[in-house]
Design a binder for this molecule. Structure first.
Ligand SMILES: *Cc1c(COP(=O)(O)O)cnc(C)c1O
Length: 474
């Protein structure tokens, strides 16, 4: 493909994308293919000679689309949303074209510098405490990670190094291996935390205790305090707590004011995982849910879930970036440069070396929507969730599980778990809408998340109509 061909094919692809997204309602949201469907559709070896663009292009509909789950269909209500917007797609074209690997300032200054500034912009939109912002003169700052899972892992690994160093400083006369010290460490999350938190514990080799929550699925300060006291009495060293704002199961909120106060008193690192709900904190009416963030050492949410920035863009802030660089700093000669120390070298802030120019898509989105435009998107989704909640409440065969705070509605038939499982299975077999279930404290329920940016009241009514029809048939 030469430049002329690229101009032609690129435009054709942009048209295809716009048609795909604008007509996505016409496609069945969940594919009906069987495992292995694709191998039968293409040769079992790469072509010897290059093929024509026309032939590649044709295969998008023939090979790919039949096996796509259309996450941006307004009939998609599973998991949580994943963001998608034209400004972000356009920015990613540019990012792919510049194609730099921004591991240090010198490896492509704009890549680092834009990230530093737009992460401050975003931090200010959330009204984060000054200490998290890099423009504040301290050691704070933001970094774009690929995923919330990595942010949690980075925070835990940094806490681990900090505590190993603290231990050695406190007992300089004792010679003891890091592994032995680590075997005494314990970290906490709640039983409602995302599976990635448990996984971070496995990867970091730190005991991760999942603590019980109250009747609102919220982790409370006293529960944490009791666990810490018990573990200290048994000779363990508590080092880290991952609190969640907006759990994946039911969008519940840990009490970060209480949990954070305990962490500060005990000298424990609090990380906040607000992967989904964090985007809503740009709206003043939701910002109180973030109170307590002043106690956190690190905070993370995914603009790639609910803030119109395509995957991958997970925004993480820390109060003391030295704690990250200390944990991950290795400095071979080929990565050194003359301006070290004046700007962050982001390779010290995360696990891979290479990193894409991801701040471009955040910058484009923040500029083209503006803060007001983004707030409008959040509010629209919350409004739609409440519309659906009202429909559920108007049918006394159903009940709401938990509270509808953001764009997620958890509900169930007032019947056994088995019947609700059957209902969900039938809804997904029917195929007009797509949802996933969750189970909390042994109660099985269905989750309807408002996902697509194109969702409107009609889509919510449609989903409810499908659910009622399937219920009738049960
Ligand atoms: C979605 C989600 C995650 C995982 O996000 P990734 O960016 O895919 O790692 C973590 N925590 C919560 C609460 C989530 O909802």
């Amino acid at each position: 493909m030469d430049a002329d061909e690229f101009r032609r094919c690129g435009k054709e692809m942009v048209d295809f994308v716009a048609d795909y997204l604008e007509n996505i309602r016409d496609r069945r949201v969940f594919p009906s293919v069987q495992p292995g469907y694709l191998r039968q559709l293409i040769p079992d070896q790469a072509p010897e000679d290059g093929e024509r663009w026309e032939d590649v292009f044709k295969d998008i509909e023939r090979v790919i689309m039949p096996g796509v789950t259309h996450w941006h269909s307004p009939q998609f209500h599973a998991y949580y949303p994943t963001a998608n917007s034209y400004p972000a797609i356009v920015a990613d074209i540019l990012s792919d074209s510049i194609g730099c690997i921004g591991f240090s300032w010198a490896s492509s200054p704009a890549c680092t510098e834009l990230e530093v500034v737009v992460m401050d912009w975003l931090g200010k939109m959330l009204d984060l405490p000054e200490e998290f912002l890099s423009g504040s003169g301290g050691y704070g700052g933001g970094v774009i990670q690929s995923t919330a899972s990595e942010a949690t892992l980075v925070a835990l690994l940094s806490a681990r190094v900090r505590e190993i160093n603290n231990f050695k400083k406190a007992k300089p006369d004792i010679k003891v291996e890091n592994g032995v010290i680590m075997s005494k460490f314990v970290a906490y999350c709640s039983e409602q935390s995302h599976s990635s938190v448990e996984r971070a514990g496995l990867i970091a080799s730190i005991k991760m205790r999942a603590l019980p929550t109250d009747e609102d699925c919220s982790l409370r300060g006293q529960t944490l305090q009791d666990a810490i006291d018990e573990d200290r009495a048994n000779g363990l060293i508590p080092i880290f707590v991952c609190a969640t704002l907006g759990t994946t199961n039911s969008c519940a909120f840990d009490n970060v004011l209480e949990v954070g106060a305990v962490c500060n008193k005990e000298g424990i690192w609090m990380h906040i995982d607000a992967a989904y709900a964090g985007s809503a904190f740009i709206c003043p009416e939701f910002r109180p849910l973030l109170d307590g963030v002043q106690y956190a050492e690190s905070f993370n949410f995914n603009p790639h879930k609910w803030l119109n920035v395509n995957f991958d863009c997970s925004a993480m802030w820390v109060k003391n970036s030295y704690l990250l660089s200390e944990a991950f700093n290795v400095d071979p000669l080929y990565l050194k440069h003359e301006n070290q120390g004046k700007m962050p070298d982001y390779r010290h802030w995360h696990i891979p070396l290479g990193r894409r120019f991801r701040s471009l898509k955040l910058w484009f989105v923040l500029r083209m929507y503006g803060q007001k435009g983004l707030q409008e998107c959040i509010r629209k989704d919350v409004r739609l969730a409440h519309e659906f909640e009202e429909l559920v409440k108007s049918d006394d065969r159903f009940e709401i599980f938990g509270k509808v705070v953001m764009g997620l509605v958890c509900f169930r038939l007032k019947k056994s778990n088995e019947i609700n499982e059957k209902l969900l299975k039938e809804i997904n077999t029917d195929g007009r809408i797509h949802m996933v279930p969750a189970k909390v404290k042994d109660i099985y329920f269905l989750r309807l998340a408002i996902c697509a940016s194109r969702s409107n009241s009609g889509d919510v009514t449609f989903a409810w109509k499908v659910i009622q029809e399937v219920t009738e048939k049960l």
